[in-house]
Design a protein around this ligand. Structure first.
Ligand code: CP
Length: 332
């Protein structure tokens, strides 16, 4: 494996093989298998899980990591092409990325959406430019539209809790958040659940529909996998007999470039917070998932997050195991 950029680039068999390897590495550690190998971690945006789970994953396999981020005392990085660099940025990514990867055997990059143009963000235009600057094995640590490491860990989490593939009901629910959050997790999570063959319901208020191209891609995947994709703004309809409620806030595509209108649209949606009553008509075994970080009392009530339904910590630990499998396949 040379590039881990989008879970939909892989077949279900390949994903199954990665998850088998993740379990194997958990049960039968291989602490020297990547001895001498180096992973470069380039973060243009903040992180807790992705940063630490990659560091832990590499350490557990015997390799090393180094981190580069604008928060450190590095030169300001320019990302735009064809620009005269007479501003604050002293270094261009055209030099920075090849330099960073020359010290490493694999490079991971996190760079969220630029939010200048929805179409470009949906096509991961800027991120593809970053990938084109690399020649080493490459891992997407969250781009404008993809978060494959989260998706692989989430698939493993669903398996670990015996949540059915066929006829499993997966509710991807928008939740209130004070800020417009990226589309990467909801879009790629939708694809993950569709690939897994689940019946997916997207629960969202008006004006927070996922973009048409995102819904279309997921529907095409579901056609092949035997799953289904529906969407509604009706909680009762969506949550009935659910196996999983996966909560995530995301930005409005309708107001993508009009922040003021988006904040206005959010004001009346403060009650779209996951609470105990959401679980009234779900299956008794229904689980609560969230990729974290999550705002308590804003996105979800403490009583849900602290209940036995919540598997968010298991989900976060699976980030490390899933990434160990990816690193092993790339570097072994
Ligand atoms: N879920 C996730 O990617 O978490 P971080 O933003 O903390 O890395």
């Amino acid at each position: 494996m040379h590039i881990f950029n989008d879970l939909t680039d892989f077949s279900n068999d390949e994903i199954g093989s990665l998850l088998e390897l993740a379990n194997q590495l958990d049960n039968y550690p291989e602490p020297d298998i990547l001895k001498g190998k180096v992973l470069a971690l380039l973060f243009f945006n903040s992180s807790l899980r992705t940063l630490t789970s990659f560091q832990a994953a590499m350490s557990r396999l015997g390799g090393g990591t180094f981190v580069v981020s604008p928060d450190m005392s590095i030169h300001g990085l320019e990302t735009q092409t064809g620009i005269v660099m007479d501003g604050n940025a002293a270094e261009h990514i055209n030099e920075a990325i090849p330099v960073i990867e020359s010290y490493a055997d694999v490079i991971g990059i996190r760079a969220f959406a630029q939010r200048r143009n929805l179409k470009e963000d949906l096509e991961d235009f800027s991120f593809k430019n970053l990938i084109n600057l690399t020649s080493k094995p490459f891992i997407n640590m969250e781009s404008a539209i993809n978060h494959p490491c989260q998706n692989l860990a989430d698939w493993k989490t669903l398996d670990d809790f015996d949540i059915p593939k066929k006829d499993g009901k997966f509710v991807l629910s928008w939740a209130y958040h004070p800020n417009p959050l990226p589309l990467a997790v909801p879009a790629s999570t939708l694809n993950m659940a569709a690939m897994r063959g689940m019946n997916v319901t997207v629960l969202r208020p008006d004006n927070f529909e996922l973009p048409d191209s995102v819904m279309e891609k997921a529907k095409q995947i579901a056609t092949v996998s035997g799953g289904s994709i529906t969407e509604t703004d009706n909680h009762n309809e969506a949550l009935q007999d659910a196996h999983v409620i996966y909560a995530k806030s995301w930005t409005s595509s309708k107001y993508y470039k009009e922040r003021d209108l988006e904040y206005e649209a959010r004001k009346d949606l403060i009650e779209w917070r996951v609470k105990d009553s959401w679980f009234n008509n779900v299956l008794p075994s229904c689980r609560f998932m969230h990729c974290l970080p999550v705002r308590r009392g804003v996105v979800v009530d403490d009583s849900v997050l602290d209940s036995s339904r919540s598997i968010v910590i298991h989900e976060a630990r699976n980030r490390m195991l899933a990434q160990m499998a990816v690193l092993y396949k790339m570097l072994k």
